[in-house]
Ligand binder design. Structure first.
Ligand code: ATP
Ligand code: MG
Length: 267
């Protein structure tokens, strides 16, 4: 360490440390700004407690002025794997031209999660209802009993594996018919709630126009087959499940439809 650095005045030292902590913590300046604006716009009145820390984001519980709970998902700017995100951003016509810089990638990722949730929710898929998003923050329906968030399928196991397997295939089919593939379905991203199974973590979902959409779909189905086979669904079979899911033409809308048609003409 240089002499100049060692002799830095104490107050300045402290400021630098505070700055560092802010940058490396979830509540960095960007997140604080987004949270403040979302609060000002009335999406929640308080940020109450941390619910979970995922690989890319921290999830908090918030409360609205009329006492309703919301989930606040804050993508970490510093520590999320933004390189991996490009596997799901590049090739999705909705996000063409997204910069490869860390911050811009995370903003696109957040916008992608919100718009996927919106499309899925409108298509009747069992996902959290999206409420709002800004910068690196998504606000959505919170699945909890009182203050305690429901657990994942991985933690809870399935009480009725055949019913749950059929239900999940129906969800994948609905997503496919809406023109998407989820891309990260597993027992870790499914919550067991008192209102049935709920599929989380929708940011990586891609349009069927994505060149790897088929691979992602197969991987999702294989994960379900593997999990539910272990739970005792003997007939669970990837090929049969894929045939069931694809047995209807996907319904795409607007610009997405045009882009999808364009992609398919090239084949
Ligand atoms: N809407 C919600 N309601 C209740 N709990 C939630 C909700 N969203 C997320 N959680 C909790 O937070 C955890 C992490 O959420 P999510 O999978 O969306 O984040 P992530 O950072 O993408 O995670 P990972 O990359 O580790 O899968 C979930 O497993 C779940 O326990
Ligand atoms: Mg997850």
């Amino acid at each position: 360490m240089s002499l100049a650095k060692r002799k830095r005045p104490k107050r300045e030292d402290k400021m630098i440390r505070t700055e560092k902590r802010l940058e490396s913590d979830v509540f960095d300046r960007q997140s604080l700004f987004a949270i403040a604006k979302l609060m000002k716009d009335g999406h929640f009145a308080t940020v109450d407690y941390p619910v979970a820390k995922g690989k890319e984001a921290n999830i908090f519980c918030g409360t609205t002025t009329d006492g309703k709970k919301v989930a606040i998902k804050i993508y970490r700017i510093d520590t999320s794997n933004f390189i991996r995100m490009h596997d799901y951003i590049d090739g999705d016509p909705r996000f063409q031209g997204t910069s490869r810089k860390r911050f811009e990638t995370i903003l696109a990722w957040t916008r992608k999660e919100y718009s996927n949730l919106k499309a899925f929710h409108e298509a009747g898929v069992s996902v959290p209802r999206p409420i709002a998003f800004l910068r690196n923050v998504v606000v959505m329906e919170f699945f909890a009993e009182g203050n305690i968030a429901f657990s994942t399928l991985e933690q809870m196991g399935s009480e009725n594996p055949q019913k749950d397997y059929d239900f999940m295939l129906t969800q994948v089919k609905k997503i496919y018919q809406a023109g998407f593939v989820h891309g990260d379905i597993s027992e870790y991203n499914i919550l067991v709630t008192d209102d049935g199974l709920k599929l989380l973590d929708c940011a990586q979902a891609v349009l069927l126009a994505h060149p790897r959409a088929e691979d992602f779909l197969r991987r999702d189905v294989e994960n379900l087959v593997r999990y539910f086979k272990k739970q005792g669904v003997k007939e669970a079979d990837t090929e049969k499940a894929l045939a069931y899911i694809k047995d209807a033409r996907p319904v795409l809308r607007g610009l997405e439809q045009l882009k999808y048609d364009e992609e398919n003409k090239k084949e």
